[in-house]
Structure formats: C-alpha cells, structure tokens
Ligand binder design. Structure first.
Ligand code: KG4
Ligand code: ZN
Length: 348
C-alpha cells in the first residue's frame, strides 16, 4: 500500500484539483469513501466572456483554494494530522491554474511531512468510476479489463483498462473534443457558457431527427472520433437559416446532440466488443449528458455489455477523483514534495 497507513490502516488522502476553472478539494478514504467533496465553480466569472479566461481562472484559484481545502477538511471532520497524503492534479490543464494547486499541495506536504502524489487529471476522470456511488450502494470497484470512454472539454479518449495500473489509449478525437463541440455549438446557438448542460436541457424538448448532421468517422475502421465537421455543419445551417436559431433551437440542439451521442456510442461499443470485454465505464464532464448516459446504456445492453457511470458530481471536474486515482496508482504517482511540478501536457 502506498504512502503512510493511518492507525486504522486506512489510506485517507486530501485531493486537490485546479487544472481548469473549478477549485476543488476532497477527503477520500481508500479511493472509495468520500468524506467530503468541495467545489468552487468559477462559471460566473467566465460567463461574460463566453469561455474560460486563463488569467481569471488562475486568480480565482489563488483566492479560493485555501478556503476550499479548509472546508473540505471541516466537512470531513478531519485535520491535516488525520491525513496519510496529499494528491494533486499536475496536468494536463492550464499552466496558471495547475500551478496554484501544486504550490499549495507542495507547501502543505512539506509543512506537515506528508507524502504527495502527482496525479494526471485524465486518470482522475477514469478513477471516478472507483468512488462510492450512493445511487448504487456498496457497488464493487469496476472489474478489469474494461473499456473507458473519457469525454471532457479537452479530451475524447477511448481507453482499454487492463488493470488499475495498466491501460492503453485505443482511440481519440482527431480534432475537437466532444465537450468542446458542445461548448462551440452552444455559442453558435446563443446558449451561453458552459454549453454542454444548456444543450442537454434544451434538447429534451427538441426532435433529434429534425436535422441530419454528420457523424464524423463513424463508419471508419478504428476507434478515433471527429467532431469539427459536425460543428461546422451546424454553423453552415445557422448561416443559411438564421431564423432557425429562434424558431427551432431545441431541434438544432437535439439533432446536434444525437450526432455526438451516436458517434460516441457506436465506437465505444464496437471497441468493447472487439476487445471482448463486458463492461464499459464512462468518465469526464460530457458523461453528465443525459442522452449519452441513457443511449449508451440502452445500446450496450443490446450487446450484453454493462455500463458504469459515476454520479454526476464525479463526472465533471472534482477532487475526489484525484484522490481515488492517487490511491489506486499508488507509488506510480508518489514524488518527493520538492520534486512536484506542473505538466500542462501530461499524457495518458
Ligand atoms: O471534465 P470537465 O468538467 O472538464 C474538463 O476536464 O474539460 O468537462 C467539461 C465539459 C464542458 O465542455 C461541458 O460543456 C461538458 O463537459 N458538459 C456537458 C454536460 N455537462 C458538462 N456536455 C454535455 N452534456 C452535459 N450535461
Ligand atoms: Zn476534466
């Protein structure tokens, strides 16, 4: 077991996440029991700009990180003395954002003589599937091997997970990430930022078959994705029929969402079938999408494949998943506090 086991032989980690625009801290025991999970969203500061402004993100992290960590410890009824280590996101992400979490983790680890774990944010999304799920009490951790679809604002990756410490990237987007496509199309439709939840909501009252938008590389061999052609198709449609933004916005949102979900489901289920695995796990902010959750479950059930989906709060960025990743990857992520560095391009 990595780190320093606590008296009750449990591994209690403080997770810290500041890779993008959410300031988050959590206390998690054995990569499973979430004693607290605190998040300060910066949406209100970025909304006026229609996207994330890196300088604002960095400044907000610096202003709130200490309060967020204090609140996470208070909610967990723990102090630094109860911790067995600190897990912090080192990348990928915005340099000015990452540096805030890493500096605080480094200072706390040195001051309190605690082990520190450098966590890849994408591993965090994957290990969100290992956290407790109050919607399914006592669910066991996912049994390997399985295929994980990580769909976020910056990534759309298909991962073959062989064990908690071994995985391979088997597919990825060749251009825009799925979440990025949601955000860009939401902007085209005037739905504001962040776009994913807005499209998800509006699509419920729209017809997903109203417009036949392209499905990227859906017929190609291999498991790569492409979403920039889809985004451009929505833009061309809106340029040619500007009145549809007013009159048929829900249909446009639903048809766009259906195209994304179709491509994601098709490739993911095919990858799982080819690998002969019986479990698919979903992860990342776009895993919060209601249509993706329902449709993937429905189509996978037809193929005899089970689908694991983390609770909503663990799909979008959070710090509990960072603590879980550190627990499961153990010594693979442990570094000396003085060696802790950001890695904005940290690869899988
Ligand atoms: O994982 P995440 O919180 O941050 C990154 O690591 O990127 O993902 C954020 C992305 C954004 O693009 C956001 O629009 C999208 O997740 N998202 C959604 C939904 N909720 C968040 N996309 C579609 N439907 C949603 N309900
Ligand atoms: Zn993320």
């Amino acid at each position: 077991m990595p780190g320093r086991p606590s008296p009750e032989n449990k591994m209690r980690l403080l997770g810290i996440e500041t890779s993008c625009d959410d300031t988050a801290a959590a206390v998690v025991v054995d990569g499973y029991t979430v004693e607290s999970n605190v998040l300060a969203s910066q949406d209100e500061f970025h909304r006026a700009y229609g996207g994330i402004v890196p300088e604002i993100a960095s400044r907000q992290h610096a202003e709130t990180i200490n309060a967020v960590i204090e609140l996470a410890l208070r909610k967990a009824r723990r102090g630094f003395d109860d911790l067995d280590g600190i897990a912090v996101t080192c990348g990928p992400g915005l340099p000015g954002s990452l540096v805030v979490g890493v500096a605080v983790a480094q200072a706390a680890a040195l001051a309190r003589d605690l082990p520190v774990f450098a966590v890849n944010h994408l591993h965090g999304h994957l290990f969100a599937n290992y956290l407790e799920n109050r919607e399914q009490p006592n669910h066991p951790p996912p049994v390997t091997p399985f295929v994980c679809l990580v769909v976020s604002g910056g990534h759309t990756d298909l991962i073959a997970v062989e064990s908690p410490s071994r995985h391979r990237v088997i597919g990825r987007t060749l251009d825009d990430a799925a979440g990025e496509a949601f955000d860009k199309v939401a902007r085209i439709l005037g739905l504001g930022f962040p776009g994913g939840p807005a499209i998800d909501q509006l699509a419920r009252s729209g017809d997903p078959r109203a417009f036949d938008f392209p499905r990227g590389l859906i017929r190609n061999a291999g498991y790569d994705f492409s979403f920039s052609g889809l985004k451009t198709a929505v833009r061309y449609h809106v340029d040619a029929h500007p009145e549809d933004v007013e009159r048929r916005c829900a249909d446009l949102a639903a048809s766009f969402q259906a195209a994304v979900v179709d491509a994601l489901c098709e490739k993911t289920i095919r990858a799982a079938g080819d690998a002969s695995v019986t479990t698919i796990a979903l992860a990342g902010g776009v895993a919060a999408n209601s249509s993706l959750r329902t449709e993937l479950r429905r189509r996978a059930a037809d193929a005899g494949i089970a689908v694991l989906v983390p609770p909503l709060a663990y799909c979008t960025d959070n710090a509990a998943m960072i603590a879980a990743a550190a627990f499961y990857r153990g010594e693979q992520g442990q570094v000396r506090p003085q060696d802790l560095r950001i890695d904005p391009n940290f690869a899988w």
